[in-house]
Design a binder for this molecule. Structure first.
Ligand code: AMP
Length: 327
């Protein structure tokens, strides 16, 4: 096996593209805005606010302003729209169409990680082709959250070359839109995917080999999410790992991946440069934010999280993962 060399900072990969900046930069999020029915072995809810863009934006807005690209139907509950407005998301790229909002239903197994999708009703998403507002087109940080890869590609075609493009997906798109998904992977800087989906996409059991197969397509880094077991950042010559935050009670794991991404990229957007050190810190921020999400259904816990809550949990992470070098 290859010896792991030091991770190279992102800036080194594309010199000149990543501007040094101070203060928070906006992040653009393309994804689903949904209503979800969720069942766990312990409780169930129906018609709650969900969607990859909603979780990512709620998390990302703890750090930086967010712009949303997505679609909802005329049935989208007013109270949910109020929440999106109160949160001050830029909603100029959120289209309202006649028809029904994207709806997803899932049921978790006893491990609270694995789940069965019971329903994926695309509704207005089936014909959605985004038109990005001009104010979105130069946003430096782009998160292509879990949604039809054709929508991700169309959005990507409309932005000037971003500093960092992060991609997430899920089994549904791996199974139904594999070629388009591969096309988006080729254009992304960083891919986030869970272990099961990574194995499914690459048809490779070893996660490290599977990660390398994705990196061979073009991305400079991959984050493998392993539910409560944490997440690993893999580059062609580097590896870094963040554990999951130990929680006694996980109420609903839905949106953990999306809010992880929101925390990760939101933090990156506040940094002057995307260096190796900041990537590592971002991985912890993602884990911290995701740990709040799973403490309740929908965004019910996440919406009340403060910067102080994040700082506190971040410090805990540092204390229980730190160990001394031998030398
Ligand atoms: P996560 O638990 O991070 O995978 O995200 C779950 C969220 O993604 C839920 O709120 C769903 O509404 C949404 N979702 C489920 N299936 C899909 C899909 N095929 N494409 C986009 N979003 C989806």
């Amino acid at each position: 096996m290859r010896k792991h060399r030091e991770l190279r900072p992102f800036a080194a990969f594309r010199p000149g593209n990543l501007e040094v900046h101070t203060g928070a930069m906006s992040m653009l999020i393309v994804g689903t805005v949904a209503t979800d029915d969720i069942a766990t072995p312990f409780a169930s809810v129906a018609g709650v606010l969900g969607g990859s863009a909603v979780y990512a934006a709620t998390a990302g807005s703890l750090y930086t302003p967010v712009q949303i690209v997505g679609v909802i139907g005329a049935d989208f509950p007013t109270a949910y729209m109020e929440f999106l407005k109160e949160r001050q998301f830029d909603l100029e790229g959120l289209e309202v169409q006649a028809g029904k909002t994207f709806h997803w239903a899932g049921k978790y197994h006893y491990d609270m990680i694995t789940r069965d999708t019971l329903a994926t009703e695309l509704n207005v998403l089936a014909t959605f082709n985004p038109t990005l507002p001009s104010s979105y087109r130069n946003t430096p940080f782009v998160f292509l959250a879990n949604v039809d890869p054709k929508i991700q590609l169309s959005a990507l075609d409309q932005v000037a070359e971003p500093s960092l493009t992060v991609l997430d997906t899920m089994n549904y798109w791996i199974e139904t839109q594999r070629d388009d998904l591969t096309a988006v992977i080729r254009r992304s800087d960083l891919v986030m995917i869970n272990d099961e989906e990574l194995r499914q996409y690459t048809e490779e059991h070893s996660l490290l080999r599977a990660a390398r197969a994705v990196l061979a397509l073009g991305p400079r880094a991959l984050i493998v999410k392993k539910g409560e077991h944490g997440a690993a950042l893999v580059t062609s010559d580097g590896y870094y790992y963040a554990p999951g935050y130990p929680l006694e009670d996980v109420v609903d794991p839905t949106g953990a991946g999306d809010s992880f991404a929101g925390g990760f990229l939101g933090y990156i957007a506040t940094q002057a440069q995307v260096t190796e050190r900041e990537l590592h810190r971002a991985l912890i921020h993602g884990s911290v934010v995701a740990s709040f999400t799973v403490e309740d259904f929908s965004v019910d816990r996440l919406k009340d999280v403060t910067r102080e809550d994040i700082q506190r949990r971040y410090r805990e992470f540092a204390s229980f993962t730190h160990f001394e070098r031998l030398d």
